[in-house]
Design a protein around this ligand. Structure first.
Ligand code: ZN
Length: 138
């Protein structure tokens, strides 16, 4: 695909360098039946280096996931080759089934049907904690 000429799709821009792959994985883009490009270490005047993800498909992304990985990222929606919408991203207060609790004693480790829920506990440090056992998410 020509990554510069997406007709209908989504471009996630200004991702902190090194976070592109993590975002790709958490968004589940691996399983997407569409062209997806991760461009790493793009030179940016504003940020030094950044990552960009381009998705050549008109899909709805889980903005909570983007806000968790990098709240400073920008999401551009492209329709018919034209940038139609810029979504601003914020750190979500709650994350549901995005990340898993790493504590082996957590109730979610044995009760597999429980939702994995994390709450934002410290906005300045981007810190999330499991609502069941209070373990910090990494
Ligand atoms: Zn837990």
């Amino acid at each position: 695909m020509n990554i510069d000429s997406i007709q209908n799709g989504v471009v996630i821009d200004h991702i902190a360098a090194g976070c592109g792959m993590k975002l790709f994985n958490l968004l589940g883009l691996d399983g997407l039946d569409a062209s997806v490009a991760i461009i790493k270490n793009v030179q940016s005047k504003k940020m030094g280096k950044k990552d960009i993800i381009k998705i050549d498909a008109d899909i709805a992304l889980n903005l909570d996931v983007i806000g968790y990985v990098d709240p400073d990222a920008t999401v551009n929606i492209i329709k018919n080759g034209i940038l139609t919408e810029k979504l601003s991203i914020d750190m979500p207060e709650t994350l549901v089934n995005v990340i898993k609790c790493k504590n082996p004693r957590c109730i979610t480790s044995c009760e597999q049907e429980l939702d994995q829920i994390f709450k934002l506990s410290d906005r300045d440090n981007k810190e999330y904690r499991c609502i069941y056992c209070e373990t910090k998410a990494k």
